[in-house]
Design a binder for this molecule. Structure first.
Ligand code: SF4
Length: 502
């Protein structure tokens, strides 16, 4: 029935639109009474998606997500919006009649993966007429050019426009090239999408967006052109979402934004430090994390707040990008190697057990062997528990794209190998120090292959694979670490009445 009606709507888009209009009327009436926040904290919020305007009950959708947690969170919103309209998640890509690709433009490689995926989708579209939407940062960056380059795409939508998804879907047909749409407006205002319209992947750990965009214009980065300038979500909406998560048994929240340290409540001016303290006061939430921090905005007060509020995890992602002050200046990062290391030293005095991570770019234009060695020595000095390391690739519209990409590919490859080999050794030696210890672990899933084996994260965000006598997904458990590799710890759950009552 589902398959037949889906095809019916696709082969007869006119009938689909007529049906939509009728459903729109019914939904609008229903939405008046049952959709929106119930708490007075958000009573006056600028909530864009408070009403479900349209319904597409026969769509089976599939969302492919590239990139960061921000994109993952956006995809959860998109899924929530679609299911609010009556669409259902397709079991496999080939069965979907609506395919959304949430893209990342930060590196050339993700863009290449998008084009290769679109080639595959072309075949699915020819077979079942699926609608294909490209969303996210690549959509924002290339706009109309994307559809010109890949005519298989039916619509292109930038990150600021996801509230327009229902109207967009109502207006397009995969059989009508004239109906293709490009929606890439930017807004300086925060547009709230009600958290009731987020379909979360996890039932115990949640992303909570607190800000979007960036004003920093690091020379290699495309984000200010794809996500726009900084805008901040009102603290009452953030808090309402976290309180609602707490009521629904969520144990961990991850505060998201391109530069969370610069957060300022648009109404009261409350800072990131105050936001952290406020979130720390939500009783049922056990762990609070945040990403991404910018070293120039990471103040001593933030470190002190982390140290004083024990629910804030002893884990910090502080992207350094390079260990050379010369390269940092060319990257327009607005801090030097010494300033970064002073910050790290201060953090470690307050929280000796903190787990640090960072992003590293190798082969930035003009990077010499001496600069590269400084990056290696910084890794040795900081001793991160994890890094994300990449070869530099020029990104459109960024300042560095105008410079000669002067480091040869072979040299970049070699430098990346050296960075990753050193980091692997550091991680292995850090992980070995955990053997024999009991670590508090939030169990995030179970092994597909091995019953009785589970996976989770420590407070420091290390992956812990462990054996347990019962299903503990979503619970905090104690795991005794018995062995490790460079990328994960291994152990067994310390049995307790609470974890396995039977
Ligand atoms: S801080 Fe720099 S690297 Fe980070 S998003 Fe902004 S411009 Fe990009």
């Amino acid at each position: 029935m589902e398959v037949a009606s889906a095809l019916f709507f696709i082969v007869d888009p006119f009938r689909w639109k007529t049906e939509l209009k009728a459903q729109l009327k019914r939904r609008m009436l229903a939405a008046e009474v049952n959709i929106g926040y119930s708490t007075d904290l958000t009573e006056h919020a600028n909530i864009k998606m408070t009403k479900q305007k349209t319904s597409i009950p026969s769509f089976r959708y599939f969302i492919h997500t590239f990139g960061c947690q921000m994109n993952e969170n956006d995809s959860e919103r998109l899924a929530g919006i679609l299911e609010g309209m009556g669409a259902v998640k397709a079991a496999v890509l080939e069965e979907s009649t609506l395919i959304l690709i949430n893209t990342c433009a930060v590196r050339q490689k993700s863009e290449e993966k998008l084009y290769s995926l679109l080639g595959r989708l072309d075949r699915i579209k020819r077979k079942n007429g699926a609608l294909i939407g490209v969303l996210g940062c690549v959509a924002q960056l290339y706009r109309d050019n994307l559809i010109e380059k890949k005519p298989t795409i039916d619509f292109v939508m930038g990150p600021d426009n996801y509230g327009d998804l229902p109207d967009t879907l109502a207006g397009i047909s995969s059989h009508d090239p004239q109906s293709k749409r490009v929606i890439t407006r930017f807004s300086r205002e925060w547009h709230e999408i009600a958290d009731s319209l987020i379909l979360r992947e996890s039932s115990f750990s949640a992303y909570v967006t607190i800000m979007e965009g960036c004003d920093n214009f690091c020379s290699y980065c495309v984000v200010p052109f794809t996500r726009g300038r900084e805008k901040f979500r009102p603290i009452r909406n953030i808090l309402a979402e976290i309180q609602s998560l707490a009521k629904n048994n969520y144990r961990e929240v991850l505060l998201l934004g391109q530069n969370v340290n610069s957060y300022k409540d648009p109404e009261s001016g409350i800072s990131f430090v105050d936001l952290l303290k406020t979130v720390n006061s939500v009783e049922e939430i056990d762990w609070i994390r945040f990403i991404t921090s910018h070293p120039k905005n990471f103040s001593p007060e933030i470190a002190q707040t982390m140290a004083a509020n024990r629910k804030i995890c002893r884990q910090l992602h502080l992207p350094v990008q390079s260990g050379s002050s010369d390269i940092l200046a060319r990257m327009k990062r607005q801090y030097t190697r010494d300033e970064y290391l002073e910050n790290i030293a201060f953090i470690k005095v307050l929280m000796p057990d903190i787990a640090l991570s960072a992003d590293i770019i190798v082969g930035y234009p003009g990077e010499t062997e001496k600069d590269h060695k400084e990056t290696l020595s910084l890794l040795e000095e900081v001793r991160y528990t994890n890094i994300f390391s990449f070869r530099y690739s020029p990104r459109p519209r960024s300042a560095a794209a105008g410079e000669e990409d002067s480091v040869p590919l072979e040299v970049k490859r070699q430098r990346l190998i050296e960075v990753q080999a050193l980091q692997k050794d550091i991680q292995l030696s850090i992980n070995r120090t955990f053997i024999g210890k009991n670590i508090k672990t939030l169990c995030t899933g179970k092994s597909k292959k091995d019953t009785g084996r589970y996976t989770g994260r420590s407070e420091g965000y290390q992956v812990i694979n462990f054996d347990a006598g019962c299903d503990v997904v979503g619970q905090f458990v104690q795991v005794e670490i018995t062995s490790c590799g460079p990328y994960s710890l291994r152990g067994r759950m310390v049995e307790s009445k609470d974890a396995c009552p039977h």
